[in-house]
Design a protein around this ligand. Structure first.
Ligand code: MGD
Ligand code: MGD
Ligand code: SF4
Ligand code: MO
Length: 718
C-alpha cells in the first residue's frame, strides 16, 4: 500500500515492472533493505505520478507469506518438498539431457509469460538456451494476445519510420482497447493515460471508440460505436468503403505507395454501411460519422486495436483492415519528419520513408507438428501448445520450461491445457508464487521479485511504450526475505546450459560457459545496440531522455521501395468468409443468444494478484457483467447465479448489472479461477478459458483461439 518513508528508511526512484505502463515510483526500503512503501513519483517526467493498486501492492507481494522462498520439488505423492537450488538445477539438467537424448531437441519447449518479459537481464537468456538446445519450440503469451499485428505487417508491408504519434494527432480511433484501465495501447500514450487523454482533448483531438462496452476510455469519445463483438473487420471494411467512395483518402500517398488500391476498393464493395450496421447492430450513421471524423476532418493520427477484436473471430482480417485504413489515409511519418522514438535498446537503423515488404515469416522456417502452422514473430503458437504436448509422435513436447507465465490459467481450453501440462515428463516453472502452473510443475524455482533485481525497460515494445527516445534503468533496491533461497532467473538458465555443455549467445555476444555472467553484464549486453552506454542511462534515475538531434525519416531507396499489398489472395478469401458469416448471422445465428467478451480488471494483471489479500479485497471474483435489460429478460438480478455455456464447456458465476455493457453481450475478465476441477467462484472467480476450444475456431496463420465474442447461452440457476 502507498505511504511515504518513515525513520531509518531510504527512498529510491525506480519503476514498476508489472505492466508496460512502467510507472515511475518512489520505493522506500528500511535499514534491512526490505521494501516498505511504494508511491507514484509525481516528479516522474513520463508517468507524472500515476500508480495503480497493483503497483503499490508490490510491497505486500514482495513480503507476502504466499511468496515461495525456496525451490520446491514435486514428490511422487504430489506434495512439494524444498530442495537446494544447485541440487534442483542439477536434477533438472540431468532430466533435460535425458529427454533430449531420447527424443531429440524438439521435445523441449519454453513458454515465456508476462513475468518473464519484464525480467530484462533474463530476456535473451531463455531464447539463447532454446537456440543452444536446437529447439524451435518457443511459446509465449504473445500468440494468445495480439499477434494479429505481426501477421498484418507480413501481409500488408511496413513503413519503417512508423505511424504518426499520438501526441500531435488530431484524431485517434481505438477498437477494443481500454487504455484507461489496461494502461496498454499501441495507438495511444499510456504514460498516465487519463492525463494524456485530457491533454489531447484540450488541444482538440477527436477520439473514436468502437467497443461493445461503454468503457472508461469511451467516456472521452467524440464518436462511440457499440457493436456486437467480432464485427470489427466488417466495420472497418464499411469505413474504408465510405472513405474511398467519398474520396477522403490521401490520394497522393495511395498513388505512390499502394500497389492494389482497386482490389481493396472491390473487396470492400459488398460491405455497405447499411448491411454492416445491421449485422453489427449499430446505426449506419455511426459508420459515416466515424469515417468523417477520422478521414475527412482528421489530418493526423491513427486507428489502433486492442485485445478485444484481436481475440474475436476474423481477428487477422480485422488487423489487416485497420492497417489498410491507416494506409489509405497516409497516417505515417513522412520523409524529413522527426521520428520521436526511433528505438533505444533495440538499436537504431536509418528509417526510409517507404514501404518495406518484410515477407511472411510463417511461410518459411519450422512448422508446427499440429496443423502445419509456421512461426509468428519467431515463435510457435500457443493455441497449439496443449496439442503439441498431448499428441504422441515424433517431436512431441515432453519438457516445458515456463519462465514467468501461468499457462495453466491463461491459455484457452482450460481443461485441455491443464491435462497437457500435467502429462509432461518435466515441467519447470520459474515463478514466485504457487500458481495453477506452479502446482502442476515438477520443479518450482522462485526468483527474486522485481524490486530485488536491476532492470531496464521492456525493450521489445519500447517504441510503443515511450513516445520519445528514452531508456530507463533501476538498480536492485531491496533484498529477498532473510533466510530465503531465491534464484536469479538468468542464472538458472545459464547453469542448465553450462551443465549440458552448451554455450549461450545473447544479443550476438557469447557467454562464458564455465563462469556465470553477472546481472550487470547481461544488462550491458542488452544495451549493446543502444545509442548510449548503460553507464550513461544509469546516471539518470528518472530515466534517460535522449535530447540529441532527432532522427528524421530518410528518403526512400528506389532499389528497395515496395508497395503496400492491401488485398493479397488469402485476405481476399477471408473477406469472403466474413461475408458468409454475416449472411449466417442474418439467418438467425447459431443457437447461442449471447457473446462473451473479454475485459481487463483494474486490480489484477492477468493471473497476477489472485493471492494478494489487498487486491482480492478490491476484486474478489470475476462476475458476469450484463446489461440491465438482459438481466430482466433472463429474470435475474445482481448476485444471482447463472450457468454460462459454450460449445466447449460451462461455467457458473454470479451476474452483475452493468449498463455500460450492450445488450446481447456478457463481459467477463479472464485469468480468474485456478485449475479446472478446483474452480470455486466465490473463492477465486472462474476461468473463462473453460468456454474456449482450441480444437476449432482457430485463426489461420497464428492459430489464435476465439477468446472474445464467444457464442454462449446463459441459464439462471436457482
Ligand atoms: N480467456 C482469455 N484468456 C486470456 C486472455 C483473455 O483476455 N481472455 N488474455 C491473454 C493475454 S493478453 C495474455 S498476455 C496472457 C497472459 O498469460 P501469462 O503470461 O501466462 O499469465 P500471467 O498471469 O501474466 O503470468 C505472469 C506470471 O509471472 C509471475 N511473476 C510475477 N513476477 C515475476 C518475476 O519477477 N519473475 C518471474 N519469473 N515470474 C514472475 C506471476 O506470478 C504469474 O504467474 O493471458 C491470455 N489469456
Ligand atoms: N489492470 C490490468 N491491466 C492490464 C492487464 C490486466 O489483466 N489488468 N493485462 C495486460 C495485458 S496482458 C494486455 S494484452 C493489455 C490489453 O489491453 P486492452 O486491449 O486495452 O484490454 P482491455 O482493457 O480488456 O480492453 C479490451 C476491450 O475490448 C472490448 N472487446 C471485446 N471484444 C471485442 C470485439 O470483438 N470488438 C471490439 N471492438 N471490442 C471488443 C472489451 O469490451 C474491452 O473494453 O492490458 C494489460 N494491462
Ligand atoms: S499501471 Fe500499475 S501495474 Fe502497470 S506499471 Fe503502473 S503501477 Fe505498475
Ligand atoms: Mo496480453
Amino acid at each position: 500500500m502507498s505511504r511515504t518513508a518513515g525513520r531509518g528508511e531510504t527512498e529510491v526512484k525506480s519503476f514498476c515492472r508489472i505492466c508496460t505502463g512502467h510507472c515511475g515510483v518512489i520505493a522506500s526500503v528500511d535499514e534491512n533493505r526490505r521494501l516498505v512503501a511504494i508511491r507514484g513519483d509525481k516528479d516522474d517526467p513520463q508517468t507524472l505520478g500515476f500508480v495503480c493498486s497493483k503497483g503499490t501492492d508490490a510491497v505486500d507481494s514482495h513480503n507476502s507469506g504466499e511468496r515461495l522462498l525456496r525451490p520446491l520439488k514435486r514428490m511422487p505423492d504430489g506434495s512439494f518438498e524444498p530442495i537446494p537450488l544447485e541440487r534442483a538445477i542439477g536434477e533438472i539438467a540431468d532430466r533435460l539431457g535425458d529427454i533430449i537424448h531420447r527424443n531429440g531437441p524438439g521435445a523441449v519447449a519454453s513458454y515465456r509469460g508476462s513475468g518473464g518479459f519484464f525480467a530484462s537481464a533474463t530476456l535473451n537468456v531463455l531464447d539463447a538456451l532454446m537456440a543452444a538446445i536446437g529447439s524451435p519450440k518457443k511459446f509465449s503469451n504473445l500468440t494468445i494476445d495480439q499477434s494479429a499485428k505481426v501477421v498484418a505487417m507480413g501481409r500488408l508491408g511496413v513503413w519503417p519510420p512508423g505511424p504518426q504519434p499520438f501526441h500531435d494527432s488530431d484524431v485517434c480511433m481505438l477498437l477494443g482497447n481500454n487504455p484507461l484501465v489496461s494502461i496498454a495501447a499501441a495507438a495511444f500514450d499510456t504514460r498516465h493515460p487519463l492525463k494524456r487523454i485530457k491533454e489531447a482533448r484540450a488541444r482538440g483531438m477527436k477520439l473514436i471508440v468502437v467497443d461493445p462496452r461503454r468503457t472508461e476510455t469511451a467516456e472521452y469519445a467524440d464518436v462511440f460505436l457499440q457493436p456486437l463483438p467480432g464485427y470489427d473487420a466488417a466495420i472497418l471494411a464499411a469505413i474504408i468503403r465510405i472513405i474511398l467512395d467519398e474520396g477522403w483518402q490521401d490520394a497522393d500517398f495511395c498513388r505512390q505507395h499502394v500497389g492494389d488500391l482497386d482490389c481493396l476498393r472491390r473487396a470492400v464493395e459488398p460491405f455497405t454501411p447499411e448491411k454492416v450496421a445491421e449485422a453489427a447492430d449499430i446505426p449506419a450513421d455511426g459508420l459515416w460519422e466515424a469515417a468523417r471524423v477520422f478521414a475527412r476532418d482528421g489530418r493526423r493520427g491513427i486507428a489502433g486495436t486492442g485485445t478485444g477484436p484481436s481475440m474475436s473471430p476474423h481477428s487477422n482480417l480485422m488487423e489487416h483492415l485497420v492497417g489498410c485504413l491507416n494506409v489509405i489515409c497516409g497516417r505515417f511519418i513522412r520523409e524529413g519528419e522527426p521520428i520521436d522514438n526511433p528505438g533505444f535498446l533495440m538499436g537504431r537503423t536509418p528509417k526510409p520513408a517507404q514501404v518495406v515488404d518484410i515477407g511472411r515469416s510463417w511461410e518459411s522456417g519450422p512448422r508446427s507438428r499440429i496443423g502445419g502452422y509456421g512461426t509468428v514473430g519467431g515463435e510457435m503458437l500457443t493455441g497449439l501448445l496443449a496439442d503439441e504436448i498431448l499428441q504422441p509422435g515424433e517431436g512431441q513436447v515432453k519438457c516445458l520450461i515456463n519462465h514467468g507465465g501461468n499457462p495453466a490459467a491463461s491459455v484457452p481450453d482450460h481443461r485441455k491445457i491443464a491435462r497437457a501440462l500435467e502429462s509432461l515428463e518435466l515441467f519447470v516453472s520459474i515463478e514466485p508464487v504457487m500458481t495453477a502452473s506452479a502446482a502442476l510443475s515438477d520443479y518450482i524455482l522462485p526468483p527474486r521479485m522485481p524490486y530485488e533485481r536491476a532492470d531496464l525497460h521492456l525493450s521489445l515494445f519500447e517504441t510503443a511504450i515511450y513516445p520519445f527516445s528514452y531508456a530507463r534503468y533501476t538498480p536492485a533496491l531491496a533484498d529477498p526475505p532473510p533466510g530465503s533461497e531465491v534464484c536469479d532467473e538468468w542464472y538458472v538458465l545459464w547453469s542448465l546450459a553450462s551443465r549440458l555443455g552448451y554455450t549461450l549467445t545473447c544479443n550476438g555476444i557469447e557467454l562464458d560457459r564455465d563462469e556465470p555472467p553477472t546481472e550487470e553484464q547481461l544488462l550491458e549486453i542488452l544495451t549493446a545496440n543502444a545509442p548510449v552506454p548503460l553507464a550513461q542511462i544509469k546516471r539518470h534515475p528518472e530515466g534517460y531522455l535522449d535530447r540529441g538531434e532527432p532522427m528524421v525519416a530518410a528518403p526512400a531507396d528506389p532499389a528497395t521501395a515496395a508497395k503496400f499489398t492491401t488485398m493479397p489472395d488469402d485476405v481476399a478469401g477471408e473477406m469472403e468468409g466474413l461475408l458468409g458469416d454475416m449472411r449466417d448471422a442474418d439467418r438467425g445465428g447459431r443457437g447461442f443468444d449471447f457473446r462473451l467478451c473479454s475485459r481487463r480488471n483494474r486490480h489484477r494483471f492477468n493471473t497476477v494478484g489472485h493471492l494478494s489479500p489487498y487486491l482480492k479485497k478490491l476484486t474478489p471474483r470475476n462476475p458476469a457483467y450484463l446489461n440491465p435489460d438482459d438481466l430482466r429478460a433472463l429474470g435475474v438480478a445482481t448476485g444471482d447465479w447463472v450457468e454460462i455455456s459454450s460449445d466447449n464447456g460451462a461455467i457458473r458465476a454470479t451476474v452483475a448489472e452493468d449498463e455500460t455493457v450492450r445488450r446481447g453481450v456478457v463481459s467477463m475478465t479472464h485469468c480468474f479461477g485456478y485449475l479446472p476441477d478446483t474452480d470455486d467462484f466465490i473463492e477465486h472467480g472462474v476461468s473463462t478459458n473453460l468456454l474456449i476450444s482450441t480444437d476449432r475456431d482457430l485463426q489461420t496463420i497464428n492459430a489464435m483461439p476465439r477468446m472474445s465474442g464467444i457464442p454462449v447461452n446463459i441459464e439462471p440457476l436457482m
